[in-house]
Write a new protein. Structure first.
Length: 137
């Protein structure tokens, strides 16, 4: 399974996601794509197997991913303070990969039915969802 983690800004959410996955799924193959080099570097330091930066990297890797993980903003054009371009959002949304999205409220989006709790509390659930996808094949 090719797991793609996408993050922007400082890469903190992507870093936490990768640390959680690597801690519980030791053999996971993770590609980290940052919207900027700082985000990519943070995710590589967290243990990603591969890293790339920028719009083309998002587009290219979304086409190859089995699972895409990131903040909900990665599917909305101009979110993450403008770091997600329309082409990036389209690549993520159009990818046949299963998407596991964290409900981050900094994207001017409210997802009803989602508990208002800290991002860290969702980290364990990410691994559960990845395991379910891996089992489903």
């Amino acid at each position: 399974m090719n797991i793609l983690v996408i993050d922007g800004m400082g890469g903190g959410i992507g870093k936490a996601i990768i640390e959680q996955i690597k801690g519980q799924l030791a053999g996971a193959e993770i590609t980290a794509v940052g919207t900027n080099s700082m985000a990519t570097l943070a995710m590589i330091k967290a243990g990603a197997n591969h890293g790339a930066t920028g719009e083309n990297a998002v587009i290219h890797n979304c086409a190859k991913a089995d699972i895409i993980v990131g903040a909900i903003g990665i599917i909305f054009a101009n979110s993450l303070h403008g770091e997600i371009s329309p082409r990036m959002a389209e690549a993520v949304s159009s990818s046949p990969a299963h998407k596991i999205l964290l409900p981050v409220d900094k994207c001017n989006v409210t997802v009803l039915g989602v508990a208002d709790k800290p991002i860290q509390s969702y980290m364990g659930e990410i691994v559960k969802r990845i395991e379910q996808q891996m089992a489903a094949g």
